[in-house]
Design a protein around this ligand. Structure first.
Ligand SMILES: [Zn+2]
Length: 183
């Protein structure tokens, strides 16, 4: 016999199998053992004859059955697996792009999962999707760079041409000077 937190007479049973405790309060102070075991029995407890061993309702209830193959949980797991397979096949984590014609929305449709869920998993397990706006900006920058390179090349060619023309002119003058001096 003991008292619970409300000061009532209470009996605490401890499961000899898993150690779970359950407290049942009783109004009377001298509760016969049979009344105690009966009350606990109503809550799924079982006692040995001498009440030395007690097992709780969880330990007495039959083990949970393994999920049948077509249970909703298995369907969900299968969808997850399909999603991972599709992401592996059609998403390039380095480039941050899907194969042509693929998207979060298409993976969602193929698996029956929500697009938000696909996006979350793709984001955390595979990587971010590159924003097409950045692609456009990057393309613009490349175009400007290419144009600049062309102009720079043209200018360099002009300078080289001018320099070799000057070199030729200097060589011609030097030859004329040498001829004049030899005269
Ligand atoms: Zn137990």
């Amino acid at each position: 016999m003991a008292h619970d937190e409300h000061g009532r007479t209470a009996v605490v049973a401890t499961c000899t199998s898993c150690g779970a405790k359950e407290t049942i309060p009783f109004k009377a102070n001298n509760v016969p053992k049979v009344a105690v075991t009966k009350k606990f029995g109503q809550r799924g407890w079982q006692f040995s004859k001498d009440a030395a061993a007690a097992t709780c309702s969880a330990c007495n209830s039959p083990k949970k059955e393994v999920m049948p193959p077509n249970s909703s949980s298995n369907v969900a797991h299968k969808a997850q697996r399909t999603m991972f397979t599709l992401l592996e096949e059609h998403f390039d984590p380095d480039a941050g792009t899907y194969d042509e014609g693929w998207s979060d929305s298409k993976v969602a449709k193929k698996t029956g999962l929500s697009e938000k869920h696909v996006a979350d998993v793709r984001e955390s397990a595979f990587g971010s999707l590159r924003d097409p706006v950045f692609d456009q900006l990057r393309a613009d920058i490349s175009a400007v760079k290419a144009k600049l390179d062309d102009e720079l090349n043209a200018a360099t060619a002009m300078i080289r041409e001018a320099k070799s023309a000057a070199d030729r002119e200097i060589r011609r003058i030097n030859e004329a000077l040498t001829k004049a001096a030899a005269r």
